[in-house]
Design a protein around this ligand. Structure first.
Ligand SMILES: [Zn+2]
Ligand SMILES: [Zn+2]
Length: 345
């Protein structure tokens, strides 16, 4: 096993950068769409933008593990800049995510607020409402954990790391100001004001100008960046995490022999379409990733096959289980599973 693992870890492929380049092109196209198309087209431009942002978020996960590409400096560059673009402090995210990997149970997992929040509700409608509307609460927690403040870890942070965190915070703010300016320039919301509003703004001089500009900046930024980010990206990410660890927890609930060293995790086998939408960078092999997090994403299918060969799933020796169906069925199962937190010790 050690020899095979060494091979899987040391392979040098540039797939990650290729995916990033592809999505950078898509992002440019969507931006051109925002700039040139009628506002009615926002109904599809917003979800596509959210999906592009989701890929940026997940590329940050690869960068956290230094498995995005063979070049260490390019890996860090894409990680820092890409995450600043989506409002994430990369250094804070890295600390918080490593804490997630190290967590022995959900009690110490910094991501547990996402899946336990859902599982705590009674199955069915209540859990579904929490899964969907709980997105609002998650956004607030995320801003604190991984955004400008970067409070995601309880560890003592070394001065050098603190310095990187401050650098990333500045980058996050700069990037967001840049999006605001770009969105304002391309969306041109000025034409939406009624004539009476415009004359009122004129009446108040500089103050009126400031209020008008402020409203336009906030609205443009929301349409171009924050609405897709909060309501598409965060929601997709939320569903994924609820499955990876929430469904896993529910599925091992009655298995007393479950032997995982850390929080239970489930491997999902999605359709091609689901893989594209939900599971960039082979995220569906999350159990394999938790067992050996330094294996690059493109080798996870091989790692999964290797682990099944060496550690029969019935033994649960590696702490992961497999869900043979796709993400939608996995979500359905999480929402309706009879798992109850109050029965846990
Ligand atoms: Zn995980
Ligand atoms: Zn990870």
């Amino acid at each position: 096993m050690q020899e095979e693992l060494k091979q899987l870890r040391s392979s040098q492929q540039w797939d990650g950068i290729f995916i990033i380049a592809l999505f950078a092109c898509l992002w440019c196209l969507v931006t051109v769409g925002y700039a040139t198309m009628d506002r009615l087209h926002l109904f599809w431009l917003i979800p596509v933008m959210g999906w592009v942002q989701y890929y940026i978020v997940i590329s940050g996960h690869e960068a956290v593990h230094r498995t995005l590409c063979p070049s260490k400096s390019l890996n860090e560059f894409v990680g820092i800049l890409g995450q600043a673009m989506v409002g994430v402090n990369f250094t804070a995210y890295r600390l918080q995510h490593i804490d997630h990997h190290r967590a022995p149970t959900h009690e110490t997992d910094p991501d547990a607020h996402i899946y336990m929040g859902v599982l705590k509700q009674s199955p069915g409608v209540k859990r579904f409402i929490w899964l969907t509307l709980g997105t609002f609460i998650e956004i607030l927690i995320k801003i604190r954990q991984k955004g400008v403040e970067g409070y995601g870890t309880k560890r003592n942070i070394k001065p050098l790391v603190q310095q990187s965190m401050r650098r990333d915070s500045v980058l996050v703010i700069l990037c967001q100001l840049m999006w605001m300016g770009l969105a304002w320039a391309i969306l041109d919301l000025r034409s939406l004001w009624s004539a009476s509003m415009v004359s009122m703004f004129d009446e108040y001089g500089w103050l009126g100008f400031g209020i008008q500009l402020g409203c336009e900046l906030v609205a443009s930024y929301a349409l171009y960046w924050t609405i897709p980010l909060f309501f598409v990206t965060v929601f997709l990410n939320r569903c994924r995490i609820v499955i990876e660890h929430g469904l896993a927890l529910a599925l091992v609930d009655n298995i007393s022999t479950f032997n995982g060293p850390r929080i239970p995790t489930v491997e999902v086998h999605p359709s091609k379409l689901e893989q594209w939408i939900f599971s960039p960078f082979m995220f569906n092999f999350h159990g394999s990733h938790h067992a050996y997090m330094t294996v690059p994403f493109y080798n996870l299918p091989k790692l999964n096959a290797l682990m099944k060969e060496r550690f029969p799933l019935e033994d649960n020796a590696m702490g992961f289980i497999e869900f043979p169906k796709g993400y939608l069925q996995a979500l359905w199962m999480v929402v309706n599973h009879s798992y109850s937190v109050s029965e846990q010790h």
